[in-house]
Design a binder for this molecule. Sequence first.
Ligand SMILES: Cc1ncc(COP(=O)(O)O)c(C=O)c1O
Length: 442
Amino acid sequence: VTLADILPTLAVSLADKVPAHLWPDTTTQDDDLHVAGVRLASVAATFGTPVTVLDETTVRARCRAFRTALPEAEVTYAGKALSCRAVLRWIAEEGLSLDVCSAGELAVARSVNFPASRILVHGNAKTPDDLKAALAYGDVRIVVDSLDEIDHLAALARTRQRVLVRVTPGVDAHTHRAITTGTDDQKFGFSLATGAASEAVRRVLSHPNLELTGLHCHIGSQVRRVASFELAARRMVDLIAGLRRDHGVTIHELDLGGGFAVPYLPEDDPFDLTGYATRLRVALHYECQSHGVPVPKLIIEPGRSIVATAGVTVYRVVTVKRGPTTFVAVDGGLSDNPRPSLYGARYSVRLIGRTSPARRTPMTVVGRHCEAGDVVATDVPLPADIHAGDLLAVPCTGAYHHSLASNYNQVCRPPLIGLHNGTSTVLVRGETEEDLLRRDVG
Ligand SMILES: Cc1ncc(COP(=O)(O)O)c(C=O)c1O
């Protein structure tokens, strides 16, 4: 029996304490929750629900943390995590580069004049339009992913085009299967083990208008083990040494991708960025020295770890169904967050807008969509008196939410509101039914 069992009010106040590592850096708590000096319940009142807020201070702080931990590296934000003009402006101001994956993501970059020399273009199946948009942008680097793409790019490029070759290094990142990208026999990159990577390099070298500047790999997302990154670095240096020996080429850039894990639940540990930087630097220098190759410039591509904890989504409870499981249904779900159904992702949830002395009991928060798998969070402790009209806040929703959102059930996508120094600004407005009908021209 703990003190919290004897004093239920103590249990409630312990349960209400915000786990700082899941929430934006500027989160403060009195009898309600505030981010950047703005009460979350007032954001819901002003902009409606669901609504996702993004704390600018947290995004900028994460950029600085990466640049401080690895000052020698080119830190490249993976725009797929969340791409909108404001975020790209902040990223540019913080000195980061940008990884884009489509002509659409390039269009957002172009709209804020993101410098071409700091853009890397990715994609396992870049379309002709993607390649043309990349070439038209100017001096970007293109990470080639197939032999077809190499030949196609060489045919399209009018000036010498810088490329990196994406390699699959055969490293298990020990993460969810759907976000594992470094193992053999899959759609991304050229396998190291089968010799496909060396063949791709030969193909690039056979085109005089392509300039091989580097190699790239990305082993997966939500990677917790630094050892997986070290192993990838060692294998890539081995390849660099082989290419120098066999083809006399010097690789100037080594891009080890992103994938740094982010905590979603109170019990998750934050990723040890300083430990990663130290261990990676040692591994890279040791391997290069023992192979007698110059240390290439390091590139890393954090996406989730730049924006995830800057975001909070606020939903309104529509109904509560009590039974063996208590289902709390909210006014969003699968269309603004498909991650639980894609990866079994788990979240924490808290009541905002009012305090409740009621006992905390496990409940399942579900969405409004026509899928039984439309779950926001399973078995989360919420006050027993929860009812329709209450507001729930879900932290860690900055990455792969806005960018993965859909219009399933013709539900409009929520707005993205920037919070900074006590003010709220619409970054991306909420969708309207007119927006939906504008495209439906049949
Ligand atoms: C090539 C590449 N780089 C970087 C990232 C970013 O990964 P994360 O957001 O987990 O850091 C991804 C994610 O899919 C990726 O495919």
